[in-house]
Design a binder for this molecule. Structure first.
Ligand code: HEC
Length: 179
C-alpha cells in the first residue's frame, strides 16, 4: 500500500479545511478539549519537553535523519537542531493555553483549571517555554541548560501538588486534587 506522505496529506487537508471553512463562516470556534489531562501530557507536553532536555547535549551535533522530512524526531527533522529547540519552547508555551481549557483528569475528576495555584503553575510553564525559545535563538548551550532547569521546575511545581500522590493520599484517584 502506498503511504500517504506530507504533500498528499497536505492537499487533502486543504480541501477538507476549505469545505469546513465554508460551513462555519461567521461561527466563532471555541477551544475544546479532545483528550484528558493524562493524554494531553503524554501526547503534547512530554514530547516537547524531551527535546529541551536533550538539547543540553548541544543540538548542533544532532545528525539529521536519512530522510529529515519524515523524521519523528524533531531534532533530526527538516526543522531540526536549534530550530527544533525553539519550536519545543513555543510548543510548551502554547501548551500552557491547553492547560486552561476545562478537561477531565484520567481518574474522571475535572482538572482544577480555575484554582489560583493551578493558574500560577500554568504561567510558570508559559514563562519557561518562552525562556527556552529565547535561549535557543542564542544557540548557547549554557543558556539552554538554564532554560531546561526552568522547564523541569515548572513541571515539578504543578506535579508536586496535583500529580504525585502517595498510596496514603489516595494514589492516582487523588490526582488533580490539592489534598
Ligand atoms: C498546571 C499543572 C501541570 C503542569 C505545569 C505540568 N503538568 Fe504534567 N501532569 C499534571 C497532572 C495533573 C497530571 C496527571 C494527569 C492525569 O492523571 O490525568 C500530569 C501528568 C503528566 C504525565 C503523565 C504521567 C503518567 O502517569 O503517565 C507526564 C508525562 C507529564 N505530566 C509531563 C509533564 C511535563 C514534562 C511538564 C512540564 C514541561 C508538565 N507535565 C507540566 C499537571 C501538570
Amino acid at each position: 500500500m502506498k503511504r500517504v506522505g506530507v504533500m498528499k496529506a497536505g492537499s487533502v487537508a486543504f480541501g477538507v479545511l476549505f469545505l469546513a471553512g465554508l460551513a462555519v463562516v461567521g461561527a466563532q470556534q471555541k477551544p475544546q478539549a479532545h483528550g484528558n489531562m493524562l493524554q494531553m501530557m503524554r501526547g503534547i507536553v512530554y514530547p516537547a519537553s524531551n527535546v529541551v532536555f536533550v538539547a543540553q547535549d548541544d543540538p548542533a551535533t544532532v545528525k539529521p535523519a536519512d530522510d529529515p522530512s519524515t523524521s519523528p524526531n524533531p531534532l533530526a527533522s527538516s526543522y531540526g537542531q536549534w530550530l527544533a529547540v525553539e519550536n519545543a519552547g513555543v510548543a510548551l508555551a502554547e501548551s500552557a493555553n491547553l492547560l486552561t481549557i476545562p478537561r477531565a483528569c484520567s481518574n474522571g475528576r475535572q482538572a482544577p483549571v480555575t484554582n489560583a495555584d493551578w493558574q500560577k503553575f500554568v504561567q510558570g510553564l508559559r514563562d519557561a517555554g518562552m525562556t527556552v525559545l529565547k535561549a535557543a535563538q542564542t544557540k548557547n548551550v549554557d543558556r539552554i541548560t538554564e532554560a531546561a532547569d526552568a522547564v523541569a521546575s515548572a513541571c515539578g511545581n504543578c506535579h508536586d501538588v496535583y500529580r504525585e500522590k502517595t498510596p496514603q493520599q489516595g494514589g492516582v484517584k487523588a490526582r488533580c486534587t490539592a489534598s
